[in-house]
Each structure stands twice: as C-alpha cells, then as structure tokens.
Design a protein around this ligand. Sequence first.
Ligand code: NAG
Ligand code: NAG
Ligand code: NAG
Length: 474
Amino acid sequence: MAEIVDHELHIVMFPWLAFGHMIPFIEVAKHMARKGHRISFVSTPQNIDRLPRISPELTTLIDFVKIPLPAVENLPENAEATSDLTYDKVQYLKKAYDLLREPMTRLLESLAPDFVIYDFVPYWLGPIARNLGIKTAMFSIYIAATLVFTGPTWASMGGDHRKRPEDFTVPPEWVPFKTHVAFPYFAIKRIFDAVEGNASGVSDMHRFGAAEEGADIITLRSSYEVEPEWLKLLEELHQKPVFPVGQLPPPSAGDCNSRDETKSWQRIKQWLDLQRKSSVVYVAFGSEAKPSQDELTKIALGLEKSGLPFFWVLRTQLGSSDTDSVKLPDGFEERVKGRGFVWTTWAPQVSILANDSVGGILTHSGWGSVVEALCFERALILFALLSDQGLNVRFMEEKKMGYPIPRNESDGSFTSDDVAESLRLVLVEEEGKVYRDKAKEMKEVLGNPHLQEQYMDNLLNHMKANRPMTRSNK
Ligand SMILES: *[C@@H]1O[C@H](CO)[C@@H](O)[C@H](O)[C@H]1NC(C)=O
Ligand SMILES: *[C@@H]1O[C@H](CO)[C@@H](O)[C@H](O)[C@H]1NC(C)=O
Ligand SMILES: *[C@@H]1O[C@H](CO)[C@@H](O)[C@H](O)[C@H]1NC(C)=O
C-alpha cells in the first residue's frame, strides 16, 4: 500500500514521445506515487496504451492523461513515438509535439498541479508553467556528462562557438578536467541536425538550453557514485539546484522472472536454460534505431566468428513507413542454429538479462539498457547507433565500465573480426576480466535500493519545501 502523507504533491509529467524517455519518467512517477504523491502522466493516446502496466496499488495515484497528437505533413499517420519512425522522420514528430503547446497550457490551467516535470524537447513549457504559478523541473534521461556537453544555456541557446561537426569531436571549453567525452566524427555527423535544427525549426541544442533555463530545478537519471565530477560541473554551469533521481534500477531478478509468464518468455527461458553460466552474449540495440545493412552484416558475421552463444533482439524495420528494412546475411541462421537465437519482436529484456546464462551484452549504449545490464552484473560491449549514445560510449570507456568495438573515427567503419575479438575479450579472455569485475562493482552502486530511495527522498523533500506558496497551506 502506498503510504498516505498529508503534504502530498500533485505532479504533472510530460515526457518526449520516445519509449526510452517515457519509461524512465514512469519509473520516477512510480517512486513518487509510492510516497503518496499524485501524478498526472501526460502523453498521446497510443503511447499511453503501449506503456507497461503499473501495479494495482499505484493506479489510484497515477492518472494517465491522453492528449491527441496534431497531424503534420510528412509525419506518417498513427506514428506517435520515435520507435514508429526512421530517424529522418523524427523531426516531424517534434514539429507535431510542439503543437501541443496550446493543449498543454489548457491542461495545466485545469489541473493546477504543484509541479510539472518535463523533458528537454518541450522547451516552451517552463515559461507557461511559471505564468500559472506552477513549479518546474526538467528531467533528463541523459547523464550529466551529456548535459554538460550540450553546454551552459548561453551556449546551447545561440552563443556556442561550435558550428561544424568537427567542433563536437573534442571536449567543450567549459569542461575544466581532462576527459575524452566527445563525439566521434561519424557519430555527430549522423545527428548533426540536432545542432542545426530541422523541420521543427528548433535544434535539440536550443531545446536543451531553453528547457534548462525554464526549470526551477534540473533532475536527471544519475548518481554521485557514477559521475560526481559531471554532476558538480552541471550545477556550476546552470547555477540552479541539480537533483539526480538515482539510476532507477529494474525490479530484482526474482520479481521479474516470476511475473513474466508470457509465451515468448517461456520459449526464451527454455533456450537460456540449456546454455552454460555466463556464456551467452545478449545483443540489443534499443527501440529507437536499427543498425544499417552494412553494420548488421558485420555484427552478424562477428557473432558467428566469435563462437559464442548469443541471443539477438533484432529490429529489422522502424515502423510501417520504414521501407529500408535490413536482413541477415544469407545462410546465417542455419550456420548458427542452436548456438544463436535471433528474436525479431519485442523481448523481455530484464528477464533475459536476469538469467545467469547471460555473461555480457552487446549494446547500443543507451543508459537505460546500461543500468539494466549492470544491475545483473553483465559485462558491456559498446556499439553506439544514435543520439547521446556516442557520448555514453566514451564516458563508459573512460570509466572502464565497458569495451567499445573499435571503429574508424571518421566513417564509423569496423570489421567482423573487430566484433568477434571484442566479444571474446569481454566475455572470455583474461585481459577482459577488468570489464567483468567492473560489472560486479557497478552492480553494488547502480542496483542499490537504499541509495535509490535516498535520491528520491532528497528530490521530494526539496519539492515539498518549494511547492507554490498559494497551495502550500491547504
Ligand atoms: C533534417 O535532417 C536530416 C538528417 O540530417 C536530413 O536528412 C533532412 O533533409 C533535414 N530536413 C530538413 C527539412 O532540413
Ligand atoms: C538461468 O540461467 C541459469 C544458469 O545458466 C540456469 O541454471 C537457470 O535455470 C536459468 N533460468 C532461469 C529462469 O533462471
Ligand atoms: C578511416 O576512414 C577514412 C574515411 O573513409 C579513411 O580515409 C581512413 O584511412 C580510415 N582510417 C583508418 C585508420 O583506417
């Protein structure tokens, strides 16, 4: 049962239309609801229908509010999340999302919450909420190192001297310590519209800056145990309170295995049960992107050459409007039969990672997957596809948290031998023991429920003490 407190808050949450964003927002909502606070979780109808169900004891405290997504030209019908779209179409989703400004204003007026917690994409929401006397928090699913890289607001909102892709391949001038956290050239090149702006007319850089400026506090999925130097710098750059919410670890292994009775899990479980302890590579690149045909071919051949058992969750198409679907090399599935399992629909990632047959994960390096893998002590082999992933790879490489597949910095190329060698290094070779040991060490830090509780309490105590005056003495 949720504990009922007399000074509960009413909090509106407004994530970006990507499951990699909505899921951590839901996790935060659940933590807050467990402390008795009321949440209005706002998104578009199809997204809300596709979110994982929340447990019955929280349903009275978390209210899902559906607002329809306006149609815009070039946005495929029925696409409401980035996972429904190829990367080049996401700009139109942002354009449609910006049209929610009016409905969101009316919604905030009628709900009159104490706080609104918003993502970086709705850069316009801060001033609207302030005018209505509502307190604001930006919640970033990106780690502090990434937020620092986007810059202080003077830079992200127009004053940045960084204009060319090359400028983003070195750490920015406002980082006073030595680091390699910056984009490889090929990675920033792929997402350079994030800097230049695109169909929505507003760059992601500007969105970050304006969202940060409009927020009373900055919150993020992070912890001082993992990136103390970056969190401290983030606070200095913005001169406002920064509250890491913790790493939001998944429920413990026992919990998710026992709850997962789906047919697909039964099939996967049978296969995993046949594998040796710590022998399997789990391969997954997230819901937002897929490897190119060339990347996919090399990864497949690399898995084959590695000789290791693997379970590969492969998305071959991003939404029904994706005409450029990718396929496995000829004869691949026959050649790896028994040893490798390619799964092309949604897979229960946490249940798979929780199984002790899995020794490591070849991951796109999205932070959500990183946390899930490390909470179960799975060693990381890193391969970025999009967005902040390139920065995460450098961050983790620097902290020895994972091993990146070596790639040509300028065009991102790599060979299937690079893939095979990286996998064997991290899973079996003696020189790769450092990554397996680090995974054990990180489990204590990332999966610690007591720490998680403390971070959430710190944030909520601050929010309670800083709720809007007019509503504080009801
Ligand atoms: C937006 O950016 C993408 C990727 O860089 C590019 O392919 C597309 O042409 C751009 N669209 C507009 C309208 O600028
Ligand atoms: C998981 O892996 C271990 C060790 O490889 C195995 O013994 C166990 O039965 C597996 N299945 C589940 C559901 O935990
Ligand atoms: C990396 O790729 C670039 C561009 O394709 C090429 O000119 C360069 O020689 C490559 N570097 C290495 C070390 O292979």
